[in-house]
Write a protein that binds this ligand. Sequence first.
Ligand code: CO8
Length: 257
Amino acid sequence: MAYETILVETRGKVGLITLNRPKALNALNTEVLTELLAAARAFEADPRIGALVLTGSDKAFAAGADIKEMQSQTYVDMYLADFFSGWEDFTRLRKPIIAAVAGYALGGGCELAMMCDFIIAADTAKFGQPEITLGVIPGMGGSQRLTRFVGKSKAMDMCLTGRMMDAAEAERCGLVSRLVPAGELIEEALKAADKIAGFSLPAVMMAKEAVNRSYETTLGEGLRFERRLFHSLFAFEDQKEGMAAFAEKRSANFQNR
Ligand code: CO8
């Protein structure tokens, strides 16, 4: 399928999606949302793919939702279209997706990175929720996810002042999982995704589901949910293979990957 705003490649067992609106610093408009969802769903349906990487350019992962698209919208337009609610579908993807962030990840760009399963950042990355400077507030999860990632004080600081956080600060406060030199960003993200794609896919998907559940429920319910998923993995041949491989001191050859 031909896309206008993204580039899509397959690298072995990994699906790589690159946001590609360089003239608008990868600002997220309705077309980007539609294309990104279509590409991600195609990878979800492709049994050869075990993990995804989402990236942008050296200058910008994404500089936010497209301000020019939103500028003239009325409340009625926004409400009737349930504007940008489609991004919730992105969070329902079941295969893991890593955000590889260089340059600006602002507003919706920061929120999109946080919708991924984890963020690997280049040392050039800059995160922020500058919506307050536009007379609005985050609308794709920034006030909720950023608070869970970095805690109330820092999230308030980001959302109320609109200031940017550099990559070192983002790593220190837990927004990003790994910080790498800019030149190694894609290689590092692909390597991590390839490693994940080599594991048993049902186990990988259940690990993702279990960690995500921790954001939605109480500790007790989350622990019971995790235990049930754990039990269910004993229905897969991959559990037998993984544990046999450990006992026999060899690498595992999982069926479902
Ligand atoms: N939307 C549209 N166009 C953009 C955006 C954007 N978010 N960001 C940059 N661009 C465009 C610029 O207008 C410019 O286009 P042109 O050349 O036609 O004038 C081009 O990209 C290059 O940008 P700059 O010339 O500004 O580049 P600089 O290097 O000088 O500055 C910055 C880079 C600092 C990133 C600057 O572009 C900037 O501040 N951008 C806006 C950042 C921002 O405010 N983002 C938040 C947007 S609001 C949002 O994301 C809300 C999400 C929730 C929506 C949910 C609805 C329910």
